[in-house]
Write a protein of this length. Structure first.
Length: 371
């Protein structure tokens, strides 16, 4: 028997439209009840918090937002059908309405008829619903369900199964497990009756790699950071498992509200040394020139980025890590994205990356592949 912690929006996307939102939400509750565990200790449905003026809203825009906003007035309202239901999820307002309506239904008699406790998050509230009580357990200001699921995992004293929607959660679970060292088992579901034992992953990687895994993941590319062309995560991790001294270079990034000069310079050195095999005492420009001269077929794509572009990329990594590394804190003090490689595009009304700050005609080409 386990406690099941699920990505709420991923579950909602998996349930087909029904006649009314109430009917659909009842189907959702059946969907999240695990068939692999006949007697789950609890089900926890963890949702993102959707904000227009956030870095995540900018990354979601690339995946299809915005689309038509549908005002949900109540859970007896008729649902949109077919392709309109699929497009429904491409709008932040629609998802916020859906989570709000779901919270209302889950606090009703339909949810209290469940055989196990149900936990559901809406904005900063974390609700618990049982046969005896409907109440707020605690408040949490995490924007991402990813860190919020890990927070919930850290508070449990039983075996847990996490059902996520992306790789970020695996990275954070392994990192958190290595720090918290829980007495019980953590699993992540990756398919039909397929599970990853987080403890075994930690044992394989070792404590030093696990302690820096979020940094490695963010630097080599995630939803909010850029990939370096031709540099794979597995290759980087294998190199670091053999040369752990490089891990000290990413010790400080994400740890403080403002990235220190040492943290920045160390991260530049990490990118040069680990991702591009820079020589000792070689500057970033020197590395670019040497690698370019060695190419048989000349292409800037395989070079490290120019200093200004790399600085903006590192600031975005710092911003993401700042929140990831505080997974165990319920209320995380916020830091401005505008100081960390992002800006608000007023015309498009969304947050976009700052690729460089100099004059385009006098800068090297930015050779990131967009995440």
């Amino acid at each position: 028997m386990c406690r099941w912690i699920m990505d709420g929006m991923a579950a909602m996307r998996s349930v087909k439209a029904n006649d009314t939102y109430r009917d659909w939400l009842i189907s959702l509750l059946k969907f999240v009840t695990p068939i692999d565990d006949p007697k789950p200790l609890a089900i926890e449905i963890i949702n993102d918090t959707y904000r227009i003026d956030s870095v995540k809203s900018g990354t979601r825009y690339k995946r299809g937002e915005p689309s038509k906003k549908i005002h949900i007035q109540g859970y007896e309202q008729k649902m949109v059908q077919g392709n309109d239901w699929l497009l429904f999820f491409n709008n932040i307002g629609n998802k916020n309405y859906l989570i709000k309506i779901a919270a209302q239904v889950i606090q009703s008699i339909d949810a209290r008829s469940l055989a196990m406790p149900l936990i559901f998050t809406q904005d900063e509230h974390t609700w618990i619903v049982t046969k005896e009580v409907v109440d707020v357990l605690f408040n949490c200001n995490h924007e991402e369900a990813d860190t919020r699921m890990v927070l919930h995992a850290c508070t449990e004293d039983t075996n847990i199964v996490v059902v996520p929607n992306d790789t970020d959660v695996l990275i954070l679970l392994v990192h958190a497990f290595s720090i918290v060292k829980p007495k019980h088992q953590w699993f992540m579901k990756i398919g039909h009756q397929k599970y990853v034992d987080i403890g075994k992953v930690c044992s394989y990687l070792g404590s030093e790699i696990c302690s820096r895994l979020p940094q490695i993941h963010a630097i080599t590319g995630c939803d909010t950071t850029s990939f370096f062309h031709g540099v794979g995560k597995v290759k980087v991790i294998k190199k670091l498992m053999k040369q752990k001294t490089f891990l000290k270079l990413i010790e400080f990034i994400g740890r403080t509200e403002v990235l220190s000069e040492k943290g920045y310079l160390d991260t530049v050195k990490f990118v040069q040394s680990v991702l591009y095999n820079a020589k000792e005492d070689e500057t970033l420009v020197d590395t670019r020139i040497r690698l370019y001269k060695a190419m048989k077929t000349k292409s800037s794509q395989s070079l490290p980025p120019d200093p200004d572009s790399l600085k903006q990329a590192i600031l975005r990594v710092h911003y993401q890590l700042y929140y990831w590394l505080r997974f165990a804190i319920e209320i995380i003090p916020t830091i401005p994205y505008t100081d960390n490689g992002w800006t608000m595009d007023v015309e498009q009304e969304r947050v976009v990356p700052v690729w460089f700050t100099g004059n385009l005609l006098h800068n090297y080409s930015c050779i990131f592949r967009d995440a």
